[in-house]
Design a protein around this ligand. Structure first.
Ligand code: NAP
Length: 213
């Protein structure tokens, strides 16, 4: 996740204006290590998500770890109002997953599957229960999960206690306005403590990695 100094997680609906080249290198590295990239449907719609690429620098490491050449993308959606004709669903290197609830629309699930996506049910209603999503992915052998947001997804993962590491880029910019912060979900009774695992700097941007204590 990337945040401005004053806590904005996006500007004009996108994170790119508060990001930088080094941030994108780290973004790519995290993808290079992941089995699967989890992302909320709104981020897919707003940022025009495409399939993850296979990167030469990670090829040997991924092969040795028994991973696919590129991570799968898992889109979290209740309404399934997604463009299933987009390359994210029709032509990924590793089939895209749709995480949704038991009561999500059957016709939309079918459309997703016809486009080539794999539907994974991880919730009792229309929505997804984060702990159940983590377990369902583990059941498919996908245990190295990278959650790319957006804020509503991250907020629910935090509240459910399934976030064990946070890679946060602090961008040397202020935006004011009404942008969401990086986590926008149900509150938790007692703030959870994380410890700093690493810190890098380039051109005033701080690249932090925190682990749950
Ligand atoms: N700063 C950063 O690092 C960063 C990272 C990512 C995104 N962003 C920004 O964040 C914004 C989008 O974030 P957002 O918080 O509005 O949306 P989001 O978390 O990306 O997606 C929200 C959508 O996810 C689905 N969803 C949420 N909870 C669900 C659940 N429990 N079960 C099933 N589906 C669920 C719903 O999709 P349906 O409507 O399809 O049901 C909901 O509309 C964009 O502007 C993006 O640029 C910033």
């Amino acid at each position: 996740m990337v945040s401005s100094l004053d806590g904005a997680a996006q500007h004009d609906g996108r994170s790119q204006p508060i990001s930088c080249a080094a941030d994108m290198r780290i973004f790519g590295t995290l993808r290079g290590l992941a089995d699967v990239v989890l992302v909320g449907a709104e981020t897919v719609r707003k940022e025009g998500y495409r399939p993850a690429r296979a990167r030469e620098a990670f090829a040997d490491r991924r092969r040795a770890a028994g991973q696919t050449p590129a991570p799968a993308v898992a889109v979290i959606s209740a309404g399934l109002d997604l463009d299933f004709s987009a390359p994210l669903f029709t032509s990924p290197l590793t089939p895209t997953l749709i995480l949704t609830g038991e009561k999500a629309r059957e016709d939309r699930k079918k459309e997703a599957e016809q486009a080539g996506a794999r539907v994974v049910v991880a919730g009792e209603g229309r929505g997804v229960d984060p702990a159940r999503a983590v377990a369902a992915l583990a059941g498919l052998g996908l245990t190295r999960l990278l959650t790319e947001g957006g804020p509503r997804i991250l907020g629910q993962f935090i509240a459910a206690g399934v976030l064990d590491e946070l890679c946060l880029t602090l961008s040397p910019m202020v935006t004011s306005g009404e942008a969401q912060r990086i986590a926008d979900g149900p509150g938790i009774a007692v703030p959870k403590r994380f410890s700093l695992a690493s810190l890098l700097e380039e051109e005033g941007f701080l690249f932090t990695r925190y682990r749950r204590t």
